[in-house]
Design a protein around this ligand. Structure first.
Ligand code: ZN
Length: 134
């Protein structure tokens, strides 16, 4: 490779880098599920817990409510007592992300939840924006 080519690549990568820093660098993984009769086993639930950095029980309660089905927590995986198509589960994962993880201002995923005056606030670690969540 000649220098010019390397430089061109560098420029290209730095442009891509800038673009992705606006929040696109964060990718939500695909859900891994298997079915056992009418039960949906969510194999990689913990990956989402780690990625979103939200309370595990809080997340399980959300999915129980959203899917309208009882869920057994097996530590590694979740047993959802309903057959849930992967696509439907991904929609729910996405709405959890939008509601409880993503910053509305900079669109980044680096946030945490604080409680203040009886309200739950989602606070962004990058831009400092906060919003009330329910
Ligand atoms: Zn932000």
């Amino acid at each position: 490779m000649n220098d010019k080519y390397v430089q061109m690549l560098d420029n290209l990568y730095s442009k891509l880098g800038n673009k992705s820093s606006s929040g696109n660098r964060f990718e939500i993984p695909k859900v891994e599920i298997v079915y056992q009769g009418s039960i949906t086993i969510w194999k990689n639930f913990n990956r989402f817990v780690e990625l979103f950095r939200r309370d595990r029980d809080f997340m399980i309660r959300f999915f129980k409510r959203e899917l309208g089905a009882p869920i057994d927590d097996k530590g590694e995986e979740l047993l959802i007592h309903r057959r849930v198509p992967a696509h439907n589960l991904e929609i729910k994962v996405n709405s959890f992300f939008e509601l409880y993880v993503r910053c509305n201002e900079c669109k980044g995923p680096d946030t945490h939840i604080v409680e203040k005056d009886g309200l739950k606030l989602l606070v962004c670690e990058i831009c400092g924006a906060s919003r009330v969540i329910r």
